[in-house]
Design a protein around this ligand. Sequence first.
Ligand code: PHE
Length: 446
Amino acid sequence: MAAARGEFSSRFGFLMAASGSAVGLGNIWGFPTQAASNGGAAFLFTYLILAFALAYPALMAELIIGRHARANAVTALQAISPSKNGKLFGLVVGFVGITTVSFILSFYAIVSGWMIAFFIDPMARLVGADSVSAWLTNDAVLRNGFFVVVFMMLTVWIISAGVKDGIEKWASRLMPSLILILFLLIIYVLTLPGAMEGLKAYLLPDFSRVFDPDLLVSAMGQAFFSLSLGVGTMLIYGSYIPKHENLPVVGGLVAVLDIGIAVMAGMLILPAMYVALANGVPIFDDGGGLIAGPRLIVSVLPALFNSMGFVGIFVALAFFALMTIASLTSSISMLEVPVAYSVEHHGIGRKTSAIVLGALITIISLVIVFNFDSLFDLVVSYTTEISQPLLGLAFCLFGGWIWNRNEILEEIKQGSPDAESGLFWKVWPFYIKFICPVAILIVYFQ
Ligand code: PHE
């Protein structure tokens, strides 16, 4: 079985896949507005510290466990637990992770479907298909259901092709395109009237807000979701990293890419919002805060693009291409979690697993689409606010308390022989044992 497992063929491939998982809707609709509303550069600074002090150690726990066990989350967590109870705990955590990530994908696919619809819309307008354009941009059950299916088919198609020919190949194409589009959009938007106000709102530091406990808590939640932690995604990607790779370094690069792209997204989103404001589009909600989340993406920004005239069509095309890419490189990493389990644990073929599990998740998505008002927020908050932090905590317990310390060191040493005397090994074990679990508990009880 070991020989049949996939593996990333290069460091670049892994970096694109893992940062593709990390960079998603969260980076674009969550981070920038959160930063702007909470102290600008002062928030960025706090976020950076939190991400490196708390989220990075948790990311490393997943990568190390995955690469060591060379297996899906359920098998891996059982393999590193010496005791019977530990193995049982591993089984439970692995399963809850698989279930959670499947539900995350079920709501993610809905929003990602909107991104595809809004990506096709500018093309429809270019050819003058106004009724198609209206269908694409009006919120309706039929449209939502249709694009959930399209998006899930894309995800299943990439995952069916495997680690190297699916995940790595597509992430290596899509992520550089994402970065390029982001750069071009930033440059363009910064030339428009109002943009500098947005940049100021984003970056001017206001230190009075940053020690607010609520803020620290939500920044940490954001960091965990953004790095795809707790649900076995990074564990399974870690299991495809070759043994000669230096794990602390590649993990660090993933964190830098994720945070870097979130910060850059802010240089696009905030200026764009203030340009919209200058064009008469409302950007604040009833509470006086900046509009964030889906409403920002499907109403504020499209209103801005519409107010730009002909160029607006191309700006919209580029922006929704960016969003679709960000979604797809995240969704494939989500589907890989249950698929890897089904392939390795039940010996079912990859293609069959991807199709069957993808279909099941699509059905859940469609149930949410049909009962949007009652289910959508519920699924989002159960998975991301309750399940994900608890799973993050469980991973810290595995890395800090359950798994044997010498084995961990041996695993890290495979790709960095001097690891024992390095900074990472001086700090990480302590963090994962004490600091991370306590911090997560605090966040959880908030
Ligand atoms: N990190 C992704 C984002 O920011 C979301 C995600 C969560 C991906 C969990 C995989 C697993 O949008």
